[in-house]
Write a protein of this length. Structure first.
Length: 246
């Protein structure tokens, strides 16, 4: 669709502006802090960051417009994007309050993504074979306790929120691997795995003993991949799900 291509071009422009601003204006500090010189680069970066999810939401809507679909899935994905967008805006501010608000917003977004996966299962989407989800479960169950143990003391008062967040995003990643293979499922798995990676880098960059080299670029890069893959994945899955019901 021509509308999709226009949104893709706009999204590419926004992403390039975001990374250009960070490359020229950002100095990363220990403890997840940052310094922008001159300050105008932060404005460019934050404006670009704030446009990513609205553009992806528009792309999802344009791709599914005029199709005979169950719109519950689309609406849940849109709700997830909205919550994540609020989190994006919150994390442009500094301080524990903004960080906690961002965590809560993204937590709500992940819950909505989980509900989108649940809807797919309720509509009859198959489940992956035993070895695929067993390996995924083993890896994720090994990851979660390690993260919780490593971050509990450094996160201080935020530790309970961080652990709950880690539990929910791990459940989201597991749900994507629990889906049977089909159109869009590989993209969904890429999206949830990239989201998990982005949040782990963010958490260890903020609470870890040593700063992560180029941490901001790793966090935002994997985050953009995650949201892009989830958008395209849910688009393809929604179309296929509708076809399966006919």
């Amino acid at each position: 669709m021509r509308g999709d291509r226009s949104v893709d071009a706009a999204l590419l422009t926004v992403v390039l502006a975001l990374f250009t601003a960070a490359a020229f204006g950002l100095t990363e500090l220990p403890g997840g802090g940052s310094e922008w010189v001159p300050k105008e680069w932060k404005g460019v970066h934050d404006a670009a960051k704030g446009l990513i999810l609205p553009l992806l939401a528009l792309r999802l809507g344009l791709s599914l417009a005029g199709r005979d679909l169950d719109m519950t899935l689309r609406n849940r994905v849109w709700a997830a994007m909205g919550c994540c967008w609020v989190g994006d805006i919150a994390l442009t501010f500094s301080g524990d309050t903004a960080f906690l608000f961002g965590i809560v917003s993204f937590l709500a977004g992940h819950v909505m993504f989980l509900l989108a996966f649940r809807h797919l299962f309720a509509q009859g989407w198959g489940r992956s074979n035993q070895w695929v989800y067993s390996i995924a479960m083993a890896l994720l169950c090994g990851l979660l306790p390690t993260v919780a143990y490593s971050l509990w003391e450094p996160a201080g008062d935020l530790a309970p929120a961080v652990v709950v967040y880690a539990l929910v995003i791990t459940a989201m990643a597991y749900a994507s691997w629990r889906l049977a293979s089909g159109p869009g499922v590989t993209l969904l798995r890429l999206g949830t795995t990239a989201f998990l990676a982005s949040d782990l880098i963010l958490a260890f960059g903020r609470f870890g003993d040593a700063p992560i080299s180029h941490g901001h670029f790793w966090v935002i890069g994997t985050y953009i991949v995650a949201q892009w893959a989830l958008t395209l994945g849910f688009t393809e899955v929604a179309v296929q799900s509708a076809a399966n019901r006919r």
